[in-house]
Write a protein that binds this ligand. Structure first.
Ligand SMILES: CC(C)(COP(=O)(O)OP(=O)(O)OC[C@H]1O[C@@H](n2cnc3c(N)ncnc32)[C@H](O)[C@@H]1OP(=O)(O)O)[C@@H](O)C(=O)NCCC(=O)NCCS
Length: 195
Protein backbone atom coordinates (compact mmCIF):
# COMPACT_ATOMS: atom_id res chain seq x y z
CA UNK A 1 0.00 0.00 0.00
CA UNK A 2 1.36 3.44 -0.86
CA UNK A 3 0.12 6.74 0.56
CA UNK A 4 1.32 9.64 -1.59
CA UNK A 5 0.57 13.18 -2.73
CA UNK A 6 -1.73 12.65 -5.72
CA UNK A 7 -0.34 13.47 -9.18
CA UNK A 8 -2.41 14.77 -12.13
CA UNK A 9 -2.71 11.29 -13.70
CA UNK A 10 -4.47 10.10 -10.52
CA UNK A 11 -7.46 12.23 -11.52
CA UNK A 12 -8.67 9.15 -13.43
CA UNK A 13 -9.82 7.93 -9.98
CA UNK A 14 -11.82 11.08 -9.21
CA UNK A 15 -15.17 9.49 -10.10
CA UNK A 16 -14.46 6.48 -7.90
CA UNK A 17 -13.47 8.77 -5.01
CA UNK A 18 -16.76 10.71 -5.40
CA UNK A 19 -18.66 7.41 -5.30
CA UNK A 20 -16.80 6.23 -2.18
CA UNK A 21 -17.69 9.52 -0.46
CA UNK A 22 -21.31 9.32 -1.57
CA UNK A 23 -21.70 5.69 -0.44
CA UNK A 24 -20.14 6.50 2.95
CA UNK A 25 -22.50 9.48 3.35
CA UNK A 26 -25.50 7.20 2.65
CA UNK A 27 -24.34 4.58 5.16
CA UNK A 28 -23.45 7.12 7.82
CA UNK A 29 -26.45 9.36 7.17
CA UNK A 30 -24.63 12.41 8.46
CA UNK A 31 -21.46 14.47 8.55
CA UNK A 32 -20.10 13.92 5.04
CA UNK A 33 -20.54 16.74 2.53
CA UNK A 34 -20.84 15.99 -1.19
CA UNK A 35 -17.84 16.72 -3.45
CA UNK A 36 -18.08 17.05 -7.19
CA UNK A 37 -15.87 15.24 -9.68
CA UNK A 38 -14.54 18.64 -10.86
CA UNK A 39 -13.59 19.63 -7.33
CA UNK A 40 -11.71 16.37 -6.67
CA UNK A 41 -9.82 16.75 -9.99
CA UNK A 42 -8.94 20.36 -9.08
CA UNK A 43 -7.52 19.29 -5.71
CA UNK A 44 -5.45 16.54 -7.37
CA UNK A 45 -4.10 18.90 -10.04
CA UNK A 46 -3.16 21.51 -7.42
CA UNK A 47 -1.03 18.94 -5.54
CA UNK A 48 -3.35 19.29 -2.54
CA UNK A 49 -4.67 15.73 -2.36
CA UNK A 50 -3.42 12.55 -0.74
CA UNK A 51 -4.22 9.22 -2.32
CA UNK A 52 -3.73 5.66 -1.04
CA UNK A 53 -3.21 3.01 -3.70
CA UNK A 54 -3.22 -0.71 -3.03
CA UNK A 55 -0.60 -3.08 -4.39
CA UNK A 56 -3.19 -4.08 -7.01
CA UNK A 57 -3.41 -0.40 -8.01
CA UNK A 58 -6.90 0.19 -6.60
CA UNK A 59 -7.84 3.46 -4.92
CA UNK A 60 -7.98 2.64 -1.21
CA UNK A 61 -8.28 6.07 0.35
CA UNK A 62 -8.23 9.82 -0.21
CA UNK A 63 -8.13 13.22 1.49
CA UNK A 64 -7.38 16.79 0.38
CA UNK A 65 -6.25 20.07 1.87
CA UNK A 66 -7.88 23.44 1.38
CA UNK A 67 -7.10 26.96 2.61
CA UNK A 68 -9.64 29.38 4.09
CA UNK A 69 -9.59 33.01 5.25
CA UNK A 70 -6.82 33.86 2.76
CA UNK A 71 -4.52 31.09 4.04
CA UNK A 72 -5.05 31.80 7.73
CA UNK A 73 -6.69 28.39 8.13
CA UNK A 74 -6.14 25.02 6.46
CA UNK A 75 -8.60 22.14 6.57
CA UNK A 76 -7.92 18.51 5.76
CA UNK A 77 -11.20 17.28 4.35
CA UNK A 78 -12.92 14.61 2.29
CA UNK A 79 -11.24 11.75 4.14
CA UNK A 80 -12.38 8.38 2.87
CA UNK A 81 -11.06 4.83 3.17
CA UNK A 82 -12.65 2.13 1.02
CA UNK A 83 -14.52 -0.41 3.24
CA UNK A 84 -12.20 -3.20 2.13
CA UNK A 85 -9.17 -1.37 3.58
CA UNK A 86 -10.60 -0.10 6.86
CA UNK A 87 -9.15 -0.74 10.33
CA UNK A 88 -5.65 -1.20 8.95
CA UNK A 89 -4.35 2.20 10.04
CA UNK A 90 -4.78 3.66 6.55
CA UNK A 91 -6.78 6.76 7.58
CA UNK A 92 -4.05 7.48 10.09
CA UNK A 93 -1.37 7.32 7.38
CA UNK A 94 -3.42 9.51 5.03
CA UNK A 95 -4.09 12.11 7.73
CA UNK A 96 -0.42 12.12 8.77
CA UNK A 97 0.63 12.77 5.16
CA UNK A 98 -2.00 15.52 4.79
CA UNK A 99 -0.81 17.05 8.06
CA UNK A 100 2.82 17.09 6.88
CA UNK A 101 1.82 18.58 3.51
CA UNK A 102 -0.29 21.27 5.20
CA UNK A 103 2.48 22.22 7.62
CA UNK A 104 5.02 22.34 4.81
CA UNK A 105 2.86 24.42 2.44
CA UNK A 106 1.31 26.71 5.06
CA UNK A 107 3.58 26.76 8.15
CA UNK A 108 1.80 29.78 9.71
CA UNK A 109 -1.75 28.50 9.19
CA UNK A 110 -4.02 27.01 11.81
CA UNK A 111 -5.11 23.50 10.85
CA UNK A 112 -8.68 22.50 11.54
CA UNK A 113 -11.40 20.03 10.76
CA UNK A 114 -14.97 19.22 11.68
CA UNK A 115 -16.01 15.61 12.10
CA UNK A 116 -18.56 13.17 13.50
CA UNK A 117 -16.09 10.28 13.20
CA UNK A 118 -14.57 8.86 16.38
CA UNK A 119 -11.67 7.45 14.33
CA UNK A 120 -10.92 10.97 13.03
CA UNK A 121 -11.24 12.48 16.53
CA UNK A 122 -8.66 9.95 17.66
CA UNK A 123 -6.27 10.54 14.76
CA UNK A 124 -6.51 14.34 15.06
CA UNK A 125 -5.83 14.14 18.79
CA UNK A 126 -2.74 12.03 18.09
CA UNK A 127 -1.60 14.71 15.61
CA UNK A 128 -1.88 17.41 18.27
CA UNK A 129 -5.31 18.90 17.44
CA UNK A 130 -7.66 19.83 20.28
CA UNK A 131 -11.46 20.08 20.34
CA UNK A 132 -12.78 23.64 20.01
CA UNK A 133 -16.07 25.47 19.59
CA UNK A 134 -17.00 26.49 16.05
CA UNK A 135 -16.32 30.17 16.75
CA UNK A 136 -12.60 29.29 17.06
CA UNK A 137 -12.66 28.04 13.47
CA UNK A 138 -12.62 29.90 10.19
CA UNK A 139 -15.27 32.54 9.56
CA UNK A 140 -14.90 32.02 5.80
CA UNK A 141 -18.45 31.65 4.41
CA UNK A 142 -17.15 29.46 1.59
CA UNK A 143 -16.05 26.79 4.09
CA UNK A 144 -19.43 26.64 5.82
CA UNK A 145 -21.17 26.60 2.45
CA UNK A 146 -19.63 23.12 2.06
CA UNK A 147 -21.97 21.97 4.85
CA UNK A 148 -25.06 22.82 2.78
CA UNK A 149 -25.24 19.29 1.37
CA UNK A 150 -25.17 17.74 4.87
CA UNK A 151 -28.57 16.69 6.16
CA UNK A 152 -27.91 18.50 9.45
CA UNK A 153 -27.35 21.87 7.81
CA UNK A 154 -30.53 23.25 9.39
CA UNK A 155 -28.95 22.78 12.85
CA UNK A 156 -25.90 24.78 11.81
CA UNK A 157 -28.01 27.66 10.49
CA UNK A 158 -30.40 27.59 13.47
CA UNK A 159 -27.42 28.00 15.84
CA UNK A 160 -25.82 30.79 13.77
CA UNK A 161 -22.89 28.45 13.01
CA UNK A 162 -22.04 28.09 16.70
CA UNK A 163 -23.01 24.42 17.04
CA UNK A 164 -23.79 21.32 15.04
CA UNK A 165 -23.32 17.54 15.29
CA UNK A 166 -19.68 17.69 14.18
CA UNK A 167 -16.86 18.37 16.65
CA UNK A 168 -14.48 21.15 15.65
CA UNK A 169 -10.77 20.40 16.06
CA UNK A 170 -7.85 22.80 15.80
CA UNK A 171 -4.07 22.62 15.56
CA UNK A 172 -2.58 26.04 16.26
CA UNK A 173 1.17 26.18 15.42
CA UNK A 174 1.68 29.44 17.38
CA UNK A 175 0.08 27.85 20.43
CA UNK A 176 2.32 24.76 20.07
CA UNK A 177 5.41 26.94 19.71
CA UNK A 178 4.51 28.93 22.83
CA UNK A 179 3.85 25.72 24.77
CA UNK A 180 7.25 24.34 23.78
CA UNK A 181 8.95 27.60 24.85
CA UNK A 182 7.16 27.53 28.22
CA UNK A 183 8.11 23.90 28.74
CA UNK A 184 11.78 24.52 28.01
CA UNK A 185 11.77 27.56 30.40
CA UNK A 186 10.18 25.33 33.09
CA UNK A 187 12.77 22.59 32.46
CA UNK A 188 15.59 25.12 32.71
CA UNK A 189 14.21 26.49 35.98
CA UNK A 190 13.80 22.98 37.40
CA UNK A 191 17.36 22.04 36.53
CA UNK A 192 18.64 25.31 38.05
CA UNK A 193 16.74 24.62 41.30
CA UNK A 194 18.03 21.03 41.50
CA UNK A 195 21.68 22.12 41.08
C1 LIG B 1 -13.32 7.11 9.30
C2 LIG B 1 -12.44 6.29 8.38
C3 LIG B 1 -11.72 7.25 7.43
C4 LIG B 1 -11.40 5.52 9.25
O1 LIG B 1 -10.53 4.83 8.36
P1 LIG B 1 -9.61 3.61 8.83
O2 LIG B 1 -8.52 3.44 7.84
O3 LIG B 1 -10.46 2.43 9.09
O4 LIG B 1 -9.02 4.15 10.23
P2 LIG B 1 -7.67 3.67 10.91
O5 LIG B 1 -7.54 2.19 10.72
O6 LIG B 1 -6.53 4.52 10.45
O7 LIG B 1 -7.96 3.97 12.43
C5 LIG B 1 -7.43 5.08 13.13
C6 LIG B 1 -7.77 4.95 14.59
O8 LIG B 1 -9.19 5.06 14.77
C7 LIG B 1 -9.72 3.89 15.36
N1 LIG B 1 -10.99 3.60 14.68
C8 LIG B 1 -11.17 3.17 13.42
N2 LIG B 1 -12.49 3.07 13.15
C9 LIG B 1 -13.13 3.43 14.28
C10 LIG B 1 -14.49 3.52 14.64
N3 LIG B 1 -15.46 3.23 13.77
N4 LIG B 1 -14.81 3.93 15.88
C11 LIG B 1 -13.83 4.22 16.79
N5 LIG B 1 -12.50 4.18 16.50
C12 LIG B 1 -12.17 3.78 15.27
C13 LIG B 1 -8.69 2.79 15.12
O9 LIG B 1 -8.74 1.80 16.11
C14 LIG B 1 -7.39 3.57 15.15
O10 LIG B 1 -7.00 3.78 16.52
P3 LIG B 1 -5.48 3.51 17.01
O11 LIG B 1 -4.65 4.63 16.44
O12 LIG B 1 -5.55 3.55 18.48
O13 LIG B 1 -5.09 2.19 16.44
C15 LIG B 1 -13.26 5.24 7.57
O14 LIG B 1 -14.01 4.47 8.46
C16 LIG B 1 -14.19 5.89 6.55
O15 LIG B 1 -13.79 6.14 5.41
N6 LIG B 1 -15.45 6.18 6.96
C17 LIG B 1 -16.42 6.83 6.08
C18 LIG B 1 -16.05 8.25 5.75
C19 LIG B 1 -15.85 9.11 6.98
O16 LIG B 1 -16.51 8.97 8.00
N7 LIG B 1 -14.90 10.04 6.83
C20 LIG B 1 -14.56 10.98 7.89
C21 LIG B 1 -15.31 12.24 7.67
S1 LIG B 1 -14.72 13.47 8.80
Amino acid sequence: MQVIIAQPDHSKWAEEICQLLEEAAKVKGTGIAKRSHTYIVKKINEGKAIIALSNENEVAGFCYIETWDHGKYVANSGLIVSTKFRNLGLAKRIKETAFELSREKYPQAKLFGITTSSAVLKINTQLGYRPVIFTDLTIDDAFWKGCESCKNYDILTRTNRNLCLCTGMLYDPQEKEQKQKNESIEDEEKSRISV
